[in-house]
Design a protein around this ligand. Structure first.
Ligand SMILES: C[S@@+](CC[C@H](N)C(=O)[O-])C[C@H]1O[C@@H](n2cnc3c(N)ncnc32)[C@H](O)[C@@H]1O
Length: 214
């Protein structure tokens, strides 16, 4: 880790209680709505809620609090590198038009920082798993899922996350893929389309999210 990133981490750590007193989510409001809607709709579907790409845990806090308030008791699992994009995965999307300047957008994070933010918001029972979704050990993935939010922005990890999670979805479950509007500098939609074409799954879009029914 470079000196700049270390300093960024130290400064942020000291200011955590102040900076993160409100959940630091980056999901667009209409997509957050869609996630919360499906979490409620699938309340009786068994299996974990999985967020692939949780960044600082802001969406996690909002979703988990809602589940708790509604008495929907399911494991909530977040999978992230906790240090931003995997270099090769990002490089492939630069060739498709993703600006190189976005490469460090989610770096300088850490699992400890996210755990601290979750604790601050009384969400300490969320499970955090560190790793690249494309190469994470199969045993680390939840055995059964009711809702999966895939929010990793790039083509390859989106495609692989879909391939790995789809067989784990309970009947009635749903996968939501963020960043799938018709035109975007993020190429998640390419990964979603590739998955749908290969697996014969109908493409369905709402509010810029790709949707896969389990
Ligand atoms: C847009 S942010 C997630 C935002 C979060 N869901 C929210 O609503 O606040 C994208 C996240 O994907 C993570 N990520 C990118 N590539 C990944 C990969 N191959 N495996 C796991 N996580 C990855 C990044 O570290 C970053 O935290």
């Amino acid at each position: 880790m470079g000196m700049k990133q270390q300093l960024k981490r130290m400064a942020r750590s000291a200011l955590v209680p102040l900076i993160y007193r409100y959940p630091p989510f980056v999901l667009a409001p209409e997509r957050l709505y869609l996630l919360l809607h499906h979490l409620i709709e699938t309340k009786d579907v068994p299996g974990s809620v999985v967020e692939v790409g949780c960044n600082l845990g802001g969406t996690t806090v909002i979703a988990k609090k809602m589940l708790d308030r509604l008495g929907i008791a399911k494991p909530y699992v977040c999978i992230d590198t906790f240090d931003g994009f995997v270099a090769e995965q990002f490089a492939s999307d630069v060739e498709l038009g993703t600006p190189l300047s976005d490469q460090e957008m989610f770096s300088g994070n850490s699992k400890e920082l996210v755990a601290r933010i979750l604790r601050q918001h009384q969400c300490d029972d969320v499970e955090l798993i560190q790793g690249d979704i494309a190469t994470l050990a199969v045993e680390a993935l939840p055995a059964k899922c009711s809702v999966a939010l895939i929010d990793v922005d790039l083509t390859e990890p989106t495609y692989v996350a879909l391939k790995r999670l789809w067989p784990r979805m309970a009947p009635g479950g749903v996968i939501l893929v963020d960043d799938c509007p018709p035109a975007s500098s993020w190429k998640a939609r390419d990964g979603y389309m590739r998955f749908c074409n290969e697996y014969g799954v109908e493409q369905k879009y709402l509010h810029g999210m790709g949707i896969v029914a389990g």
